[in-house]
Design a protein around this ligand. Structure first.
Ligand code: SAM
Ligand code: SF4
Length: 355
């Protein structure tokens, strides 16, 4: 047992010194997880983050602008088969007002997230991106609207979108098939991610931790895929069940494992923009703070109109108040200050962006 901990500590040290890990080294790190190795990984990850970005936490205003979705991902409360979901779609004017309000509060990045909603054609979405950029030219626009064609991504990039979040969810094809209906495939997801990178988007991949059927091999596939893709952002959060999905009775993912993976990913990709996710904040009361202490440097408070927040229910009990709410930025500032961080209202681009 001692030897395993020692080998794991050595592997974490090597990772922090810039070693490119092979699968066996990553396996050693995953298998050696315990309180001692997790604390060590978090400490080195925090040092790495501080060296690259300083003790600043970037905030993004999250606008959940539609919960219509043509997809049927088995884990998600927005899946099209969920007839109990109360569907909404913000108008262009409502979305722009969210951005205006956010801009006044000080946000300089907006994340427009939604289901794969056919209403938002390229024409409509490009017009929206252009309108936001015209109103708030000093802001970055991040899109998170799922899989689209290469032409669509190119048009959105040309319209001015800066970043795109598309979690790969799992890099293990057989696991992917357990989480998604047959018409969705991991290879298409990966093609989308490569295309987004090629187009010059700051691109975000990522996975749920503890989703049904996930194994150690799946997580190793995830880490290897992240090393190969080198995304600018990585979203990692625990899987949480939703009562109207086939996974309603499945256990939630582990907060501790999520935190450990945040640290490992920070060490593997030192410049990565790494959010302490809403799912982490929902799964555990101090989840967001713990995420920052494990190496995260981004939080995404909710800027959607309060009346629709409860309808964007990906999983049960999703947090949308307190630290999660954009209008309570002062609470977030106080919380971050307590652990020695300043909330930065800059655009918060990836450290290599423009270099
Ligand atoms: N539709 C877009 C997509 O799938 O990329 C963006 C919105 S989708 C709701 C954003 C993310 O929510 C997904 O990538 C997934 O990782 C996460 N998510 C969905 N259901 C979840 C659940 N039950 N637990 C944790 N995260 C979940
Ligand atoms: Fe739709 Fe995204 Fe939910 Fe899948 S994860 S059902 S694509 S909103």
């Amino acid at each position: 047992m001692k030897t395993q901990t020692k080998q794991c500590l050595d592997a974490i040290s090597h990772l922090s010194e810039g070693a490119c890990p092979d699968r066996e080294m990553l396996r050693c790190i995953l298998q050696g997880r315990n309180t001692e190795t997790a604390a060590f990984a978090a400490e080195l990850a925090a040092q790495t983050r501080d060296r690259v970005y300083g003790r600043r936490i970037f905030v993004r205003g999250l606008i959940e602008f539609t919960n219509f979705c043509r997809n049927d991902c088995l884990y998600c409360g927005l899946r099209r088969s969920n007839k109990n979901a109360s569907r909404y779609r913000l108008t262009e004017e409502e979305i722009l007002s969210c951005c205006e309000l956010g801009h006044r509060i000080g946000f300089r990045t907006f994340v427009l997230q939604g289901g794969e909603d056919a209403y938002f054609t390229d024409k409509r979405l490009c017009a929206l991106v252009r309108a936001i950029k015209a109103k708030c030219p000093d802001c970055a626009v991040t899109l998170s609207v799922g899989e689209r064609s290469a032409e669509s991504y190119a048009a959105l990039r040309a319209a001015g979108a800066d970043r795109y979040l598309l979690r790969h969810e799992t890099a293990d094809a057989s696991h992917y098939a357990l989480l998604h209906p047959a018409e969705m495939s991991l290879s298409h997801r990966m093609d989308c991610l490569r295309e987004l990178k090629r187009l010059g988007f700051q691109t975000g991949a990522g996975m749920m931790v503890g989703s049904p059927g996930q194994t150690e091999e799946s997580l190793l596939d995830d880490l290897e895929f992240l090393l190969e893709l080198r995304p600018e952002m990585v979203g990692i959060g625990p899987f949480l069940p939703h009562h109207d999905t086939p996974f309603r009775d499945k256990p939630a993912g582990s907060v501790e494992l999520t935190l450990y993976l945040l640290s490992i990913v920070r060490l593997m990709l030192p410049e990565v923009l790494l959010p302490a996710t809403t799912a982490l904040g929902t799964a555990s009361a101090g989840g967001r703070t713990a995420g920052v202490l494990a190496g995260a440097n981004v939080v995404m408070p909710n800027l959607s109109p309060p009346g629709v927040r409860e309808k964007y229910l990906l999983y049960d009990n999703k947090a949308c108040t307190g630290l999660e709410a954009a209008e309570h930025l002062s609470e977030l500032r106080a919380e971050m200050k307590k652990i020695g961080f300043a909330v930065s209202m800059d655009r918060g681009d990836h450290a290599c962006c423009g270099k």
